[in-house]
Design a protein around this ligand. Structure first.
Ligand code: FAD
Length: 516
């Protein structure tokens, strides 16, 4: 008997639900296990997957191949299959050619991914091949947390969180670790020339695919302002690949930074958040492991009923990730660019002004905190959560630009780009989503600077041309305009005046949302 593990956004060994289930069954049935991963550049491009994320995947695969071999006695095959329809075809013939009778994978919740799996399921069933999928991406699976009265999905985070937390308090979370596979009756998957079986070959194939992906992206006008090489270098330095690197980051975070999280998490220059999102997005670390490690520290420090605001706050961030996956599965239309609050699509006259949009993308709005954040994103492929909210609100409220443009741009740049969390964050900021910011509560990007970047350390890191301007000026629109008009310190700064006046832009945005 031969079984196949299909890796997707779950590039790890520990607590990988499908992998554990498949290995356990293989040992019971004395079956062999092989594994496959498809490089799908056409599909990734269609989904606006950033180059830094594709690079992260490419760097992770050879490590996964080595770990699978040494820890579980499983060979990983990586195959180039540009689109999802190619994957269906390849997987079907792989199963037939190699006498594979069971394929296991973990669920993905986006539209094309669901469509692909359903088609494949039908295809494989024709030959009596099982295709079993497991919930693995969340701490508690989508749709498992519902309202007490009507079995419907929560529309607001706080009651969702209470129920989510209570469910975890009264149940034991299971980690699923796969046993090594006993059966030595190995098959080497027969497949096309575009596939690789050893860590070195996987590295070479992935790098070739990455080079082509980079060339394709470079042809896109919209990305001309990005120094792609510099962005790649920064992302590689900040995110060493692989499961051990991710686990080490989690260990270090819970041993130290988590103890100050509630206060420091909103100060961008402190780097006080876990920076685990890039790993969670491609599944190099299990969200359940994150939750359990944090809970362990909480128990050790405070006993069973002890509250700790820092640890609670961090756990609640993991719950936001689960929440947005629950929302997506409940409202699959979100994948079709629909607003959660559909009436906002007819009510608000969104702008599509390309000059305004480009000023935002390139960090040239004349609003220091927004520009610093955008330049940081362009240079590193990462942006701090507080700044994601500030820049998204600026685009959607001060410039009244359609949130979908910003959502797409973030996906094209972010190393942690993830449909559910990104869409959720954008619709929250644009006041079109579930549990979103009320439309009249619009962040002032200048006062956000004075609260969260008091000494303008973050601003000056990314806008060195402003290094001689006092922080108090950078945090006040009036002072900025006056100082710019006078020249003075700004004379040599080559920095634009704020492109909109926040007060009047705010009024306009509120009027749009109030329209009947
Ligand atoms: P930590 O503060 O250490 O949090 C731990 C983990 O909790 C994160 O790694 C992440 O998985 C999860 N998390 C934290 N905050 C949120 C949140 N608000 N929503 C959902 N999950 C959360 N996160 C992504 O992973 N991918 C995205 O594409 C993405 N796009 C966003 C777009 C906008 C407009 C906004 C406002 C937020 C977005 N977020 C996204 C959420 C959040 O900004 C990032 O998860 C966070 O900045 C990652 O840094 P960290 O790992 O240090 O987070």
């Amino acid at each position: 008997l031969h079984y196949l593990m299909w890796f997707r956004r779950d590039l790890r060994i520990h607590d990988n639900t499908a992998l554990a289930a498949l290995c356990e069954r293989a040992n019971e049935d004395n079956a062999s296990v092989s594994a496959i991963f498809f490089l799908t550049p056409e599909q990734w491009q269609q989904h606006d997957t950033s180059l830094v994320q594709v690079d992260h995947i490419a760097r992770t695969l050879p490590i996964l191949a080595k770990d699978l071999k040494s820890q579980l006695n499983i060979t990983l095959t990586v195959q180039l299959c540009p689109s999802f329809s190619d994957c269906i075809e390849s997987l079907t013939s792989l199963c037939k050619d190699n006498d594979i009778s069971c394929v296991m994978a973990n669920h993905e919740y986006e539209g094309n991914e669901i469509g692909r799996d359903e088609q494949l399921c039908e295809q494989l069933a024709k030959d009596d091949i099982e295709f079993v999928r497991w919930h693995d991406q969340c701490i508690l699976p989508p749709l498992s947390i519902t309202t007490n009265d009507g079995d419907s999905m929560y529309k607001v985070f706080t009651p969702f969180y209470k129920k989510w937390r209570h469910t975890l308090d009264v149940s034991t979370i299971q980690m699923h670790d796969a046993p090594a596979v006993d059966c030595d009756d190995k098959i080497e998957l027969k497949s096309s020339k575009n596939s690789a079986h050893t860590a070195d070959d996987i590295k070479a194939l992935s790098e070739e695919m990455l080079g082509d992906y980079q060339k394709t992206l470079q042809k896109e006008d919209s990305l001309q302002h990005i120094d792609i090489k510099a962005q790649l270098t920064a992302a590689r330095d900040a995110y060493p690949a692989g499961e051990s690197a991710a686990c080490q980051r989690l260990d270090e975070f819970v041993a130290d930074d988590i103890n100050d999280y509630d206060v420091s998490r909103d100060v961008p220059h402190l780097h006080a958040t876990s920076q685990l999102s890039a790993y969670l997005t491609i599944g190099t670390i299990s969200p359940r492991l994150c939750y359990l490690q944090a809970s362990k520290v909480q128990e050790k420090l405070h006993g069973n009923d002890g509250d700790n605001e820092d640890i609670d706050r961090w756990i609640s961030e993991l719950a936001w990730r689960d929440f947005y996956r629950h929302v997506l599965v409940d409202k699959p239309n979100l994948i079709r660019h629909k607003a959660y609050k559909e009436d906002t699509d007819t009510k608000v006259s969104w702008s599509y002004d390309d000059d305004d949009f480009q000023a935002w993308c390139t960090g040239k709005t004349g609003v220091p905190l927004v520009d610093a954040a955008m330049r940081c994103l362009n240079a590193t492929g990462f942006m701090h959560n507080r700044l994601r909210m500030v820049t998204a609100m600026f685009l959607t409220k001060d410039l009244l630009i359609d949130w979908r443009l910003g959502e797409r741009y973030f996906r094209q740049q972010l190393i942690d780009g993830d449909f559910a969390s990104n869409n959720g964050g954008w619709q929250w900021s644009a006041s079109t989503g579930t549990d979103s910011a009320p439309y009249f509560r619009i962040m002032n990007p200048f006062s956000q600077g004075s609260t969260h970047d008091k000494k303008a350390i973050f601003i000056k890191t990314w806008l060195p041309e402003l290094k001689d301007i006092p922080a108090s000026t950078l945090h006040s629109e009036d002072k900025m305009r006056k100082a710019l008009a006078k020249g003075g310190d700004f004379a040599n700064a080559d920095y634009p005046a704020p492109m909109v006046e926040h007060k009047s832009a705010r009024k306009l945005a509120i009027a749009e949302f109030k329209k009947e």
